[in-house]
Design a protein around this ligand. Structure first.
Ligand code: GTP
Ligand code: MG
Length: 349
């Protein structure tokens, strides 16, 4: 049997971080063969690179959303993963604008052509620190995503006040969507992961769906009113750069893009992320909240004069063209400031 686990949630809510931690822990504890399918709206890969570098078997689906435009590709990728790797547990990370019930409808299709599939309850992550902002500024789409969940998981609780803030979030969630279970987790402290692991491994859902649900296939990007832009290219410096310098350069670039977006529409709801690779090592940089700044995963890279950078941004209330312009302008500026030769490998001239 293959247990398929969908970990959904809004942009930047912690899906990739949670999947890596959960998949690694399950493998270590039970020796189960674990695989991951990562979906990105953009054409460049950020999270898939991180998952792969964590030592997990993974496949990426780029350039659309598995809840709508790439639904059929999800079905064929599940088939491919089973043929190639034969996992016991298969995690699926949809994009942050996916509607989990629409992804589920493609699981129904997969179960028609493949035997031996089981499905764990749909997990939807709710970003604890951003909860009230998402509810205030993005209520309609955010609540739609939550309504599809069997289990709601409040993430990043290491950043929350546990006496007042966390209980308030949990009681609001209970009122909005009375789910079977609400779990609180932190990938930093590990709190809540045992409970999440148990719920994912032991729970099963039936895929019986109303025909109406199957028919509803709204385009998730349009429905969420989120714009996106991406970049993949090579950064070359004339002098050797120190690993810390590379991290701060990428951090500065993401922070400048974030501030520019915030200046343009007064708000910043979304995720700006980047994967930087050099000499066999890599790190991810992430910005979900302009006021708390850019966060990094992984070690400092080695000193080098050349590195590859993938950037993906998805932000609400923007059209993609405007985001592309901001991204291009900021990359050009940072190149000038640090005297870098930047080659766009994704859209070569
Ligand atoms: N403090 C803290 N930060 C976290 C936690 N989980 C995730 N993060 C951070 O939140 C940011 C976004 O995490 P991701 O795992 O990339 O989120 P995501 O949902 O996969 O994002 P998209 O795929 O772009 O929608 C990163 O900077 C993570 O390090 C947590 O439990 N605590
Ligand atoms: Mg992710």
């Amino acid at each position: 049997m293959v247990l398929i686990v969908q970990i959904s949630g809004f942009l930047g809510s912690g899906k990739t971080t949670t999947i890596i931690k959960l998949a690694t822990a399950i493998h270590e504890k039970t020796a189960a063969r674990v695989a991951v399918i990562v979906n990105e709206i953009g054409d460049v890969d950020v999270d898939g690179e991180l998952v792969k570098s964590s030592g997990l078997y993974s496949k990426r689906l780029l350039g659309g959303c598995i809840c709508c435009s790439l639904g059929k590709d999800l079905v064929s990728t599940i088939k491919l993963v089973i043929e190639e790797f034969n996992p016991e547990i298969l995690f699926v990370e949809p994009t942050g604008v996916a509607l989990p019930s629409q992804v589920k409808s493609y699981f129904v299709q997969a179960s028609y052509i493949l035997s031996g599939l089981e499905f764990s309850p749909i997990v939807t992550l709710v970003d604890g620190p951003r909860f009230k902002f998402l509810l205030r500024d993005f209520r309609s789409f955010f609540t739609k995503q939550m309504r599809d969940a069997d289990i709601l998981v409040v993430t990043k609780i290491d950043k929350l006040d546990k006496k007042f803030e966390l209980p308030l979030i949990i009681s609001s969630l209970r009122e909005m969507h009375p789910v079977e279970r609400i779990i609180s987790i932190s990938s930093v402290t590990g709190e809540g992961f045992d409970e999440l692991m148990q719920s994912v491994i032991s729970g099963r859902i039936s895929l019986a769906m109303e025909l109406n649900d199957m028919a509803e296939k709204a385009d998730s990007l349009e429905g969420s009113e989120v714009g996106s832009a991406d970049f993949y290219g090579n950064f070359r410096s004339e002098k050797l750069m120190d690993g810390n310098e590379i991290r701060s350069l990428v951090g500065e670039l993401l922070a400048k893009i974030g501030s520019s977006c915030k200046r343009s529409n007064g708000n910043f709801i979304g995720h700006i992320k980047s994967y930087v690779s050099t000499k066999g090592s890599g790190f991810k940089a992430s910005l979900v909240d302009v006021s708390s700044g850019v966060e990094f995963t992984r070690d400092v890279p080695p000193n080098t004069d050349e590195f590859k950078v993938s950037i993906f941004l998805a932000i609400s209330g923007f059209n993609s063209k405007d985001l592309e312009n901001i991204l291009k302008k900021k990359i050009k500026k940072i190149g000038k400031k640090y005297d870098l030769l930047i080659e766009d490998l994704h859209h070569p001239n």
